[in-house]
Write a protein that binds this ligand. Structure first.
Ligand code: ATP
Length: 548
């Protein structure tokens, strides 16, 4: 009979750990015969007690042979129960009321690393094979006990012991369930490791976020602008209102972003509103919000204004000089009381925002002329920051050009360089539209250039086509080229054609000097819709970008 046949035989169980379980003494005798045959007669029996036998075979295998006879009074220990107990992934031990280990399932033997069946728990502890015995504790307390037990192999287990009583209430057996906590411990350690990793990633992300929000695209090397930046850094820390002045396109918004990025409000948003770009009625509701049903066309549930939405952050009021007087009064109240009232509501709402305002107008002159409230001017002008025009900080021009070339490379995948003589021309130009004009021009020449290196010639031509219109006292138009020389306009053709060419030139110039169509129209003395029509007529839209 082969060992497989033996395994499948009706009366035997062959366990993984070279253990053979038989049902009766008779079968043990039978087994002895079979094993002797299987091991070619070289089998040694060491009978130990009534039912445990150790067999040493010629191939070195050690068989523990147990009879199930001892379990005859435990009705679950039929072969099926045995199989069921062995299919459980926790270790199971059954002791009698004296602590004698009657049964261990396969997993338990694996966990403990020893087959202890037939032995007394107390002896096992005395021999130092185990630190503790749950069975002994249950026998003593006659109650359910749970302990964390460490075995000599260093593994950690959660062991629960439960008493089983007979009909007379006498303790009969103790069933102990041993759960390997090593995996759980490993998982716990893994979770801890992941948590640490998670924390590290979170910190890195936060650092990146901080870096990103602090990253300003403000480029400057000039001493004049460095002074401004120094002031910005000091101002950023305090929460006061700031009024930024400077010509159109000098970088007032860029400076505002820098103040916000270095302020304690940087984790919140910065909201911008251009006071010149929105009609008065709309501006009021955008800034202060409105209650439900306060005017025709209002959103059903009412709407929060910019000051409410930006709570905790910064509100940037661009072109504050264009704010209508009525709204100036309302803004003053916001600044003084730190609260807003929605249109149609008498209820004040507290707000927590920092206000930064900017203008390219001479506010003091406006105050004198009655176009701007004096009290609001002083309230806004707590910390004034004046940004010098680009022509007064020419050292910034080349770094700015290189910065814009890099931006164009990123945005369009177009990589251009500008030869040094061309850079000199750009550096010498007066830039009435300041950084915005420089940015637009660099973008235009890069996009139109056919060669990777932009020559001085190209730059010169572009600047010449960007002639500055100046008006003499008699209101006749002359032109000034990039070197500042006044030149006669070389218009040719019929009177109509010459007028059209001149008109086109004026519009083009106004568009490059002013950030919005509205302002360009104002400067040209025509209304917005006329200007839009003429832009379309002269097809200027493709070449001129009015506002970034
Ligand atoms: N120092 C700078 N470094 C990099 N880019 C700049 C700098 N200054 C301005 N710019 C860029 O030039 C353009 C115009 O700048 P910005 O809008 O800040 O000017 P502004 O003074 O607010 O203009 P306006 O008065 O018309 O509102 C923007 O694209 C801005 O990113």
């Amino acid at each position: 009979m082969s060992i497989t046949e033996l395994h499948n035989a009706e009366h035997f169980f062959i366990m993984k750990n070279h253990e053979v379980i038989v049902k009766s003494d008779i079968q043990i005798e039978l087994l002895e015969k079979i094993l002797k045959e299987y091991c070619k007669g070289k089998v040694t029996f060491e009978a130990e007690g009534h039912f445990v036998h150790v067999l040493e075979t010629s191939n070195g295998n050690l068989f523990n042979v147990r009879s199930l006879k001892q379990f005859s009074d435990i009705d679950f220990m039929n072969p099926l129960s045995h199989k069921v107990l062995n299919s459980i992934s926790d270790g199971i031990t059954i002791c009698d009321c004296n602590g004698k280990i009657l049964f261990q399932n396969d997993i338990d033997i694996e966990i403990v690393g020893m087959n202890l069946m037939g032995r007394y728990a107390k002896d096992v502890i005395d021999e130092g094979l185990m630190s503790d015995s749950i069975s002994m504790k249950v026998i003593e307390s006659k109650e359910k006990v749970t302990i964390l037990q460490t075995f000599i192999n260093g593994k950690c287990f959660l062991v629960s012991g439960k008493p089983i009583f007979d009909e007379d209430g006498e303790l009969q057996y103790v069933v102990a369930i041993t759960r390997d906590m090593t995996q759980l411990k490993l998982l716990e350690q893994e979770v801890e490791k992941l948590e640490v990793q998670n924390e590290t990633f979170k910190n890195k992300l936060q650092a990146l976020h901080n870096k990103e929000s602090r990253k300003s695209s403000l480029i400057t090397v000039s001493p004049a602008m460095m002074q401004v930046v120094k002031r910005v850094m000091r101002v950023a820390e305090v929460d006061s209102t700031v009024l930024i002045g400077g010509e159109s396109g000098v970088g007032k918004e860029e400076i505002t972003k820098l103040i916000h990025a270095y302020s304690r409000r940087s984790h919140k948003q910065i909201l911008t509103i251009n006071c010149s770009a929105i009609p008065e009625t709309l501006l009021e509701s955008e800034l202060f919000g409105y209650e439900a049903g306060s005017f025709t066309g209002a959103v059903k549930g009412g709407k929060a204004g910019l000051f409410e939405i930006a709570s905790g952050g910064t509100v940037f009021l661009d072109e504050i000089g264009e704010m209508p007087l009525l709204l100036q009064a309302k803004l003053l109240r916001v600044l003084q009381e730190s609260e807003v009232q929605r249109i149609g509501s008498g209820k004040p709402i507290p707000i927590d925002v920092r206000i930064i305002a900017a203008t390219n107008r001479k506010l003091q002159e406006m105050v004198r002329e009655g176009g701007f409230r004096e009290d609001l001017y002083y309230r806004l002008n707590i910390i004034p920051i004046e940004i010098p025009p680009l022509r007064q900080r020419r050292k910034d021009i080349i770094p700015l050009v290189n910065h814009f070339l890099a931006l164009i490379g990123e945005k369009y995948g177009i990589h251009r360089t500008i030869e040094s003589s061309a850079m000199k021309i750009l550096e010498g130009y007066d830039w009435p539209g300041n950084v915005r004009q420089l940015k637009n021009m660099v973008e235009r020449i890069c996009l139109l250039a056919t060669q990777p290196e932009i020559t001085a010639n190209t730059v010169q031509q572009e600047l010449d086509s960007n002639l500055i219109i100046v008006r003499d006292t008699e209101n006749t138009a002359q032109q000034q080229n990039s070197q500042g020389n006044v030149v006669t306009t070389p218009f040719a053709g019929t009177l109509k054609e010459q007028v059209a060419a001149f008109e086109k030139q004026m519009i083009k110039q106004a568009l490059s000097e002013h950030p919005s169509i509205r302002q360009a129209a104002k400067a040209l003395g025509c209304d917005q819709s006329t200007l839009v029509r003429k832009i379309q007529k002269f097809q200027l839209t493709r070449h001129v970008s009015y506002k970034d």
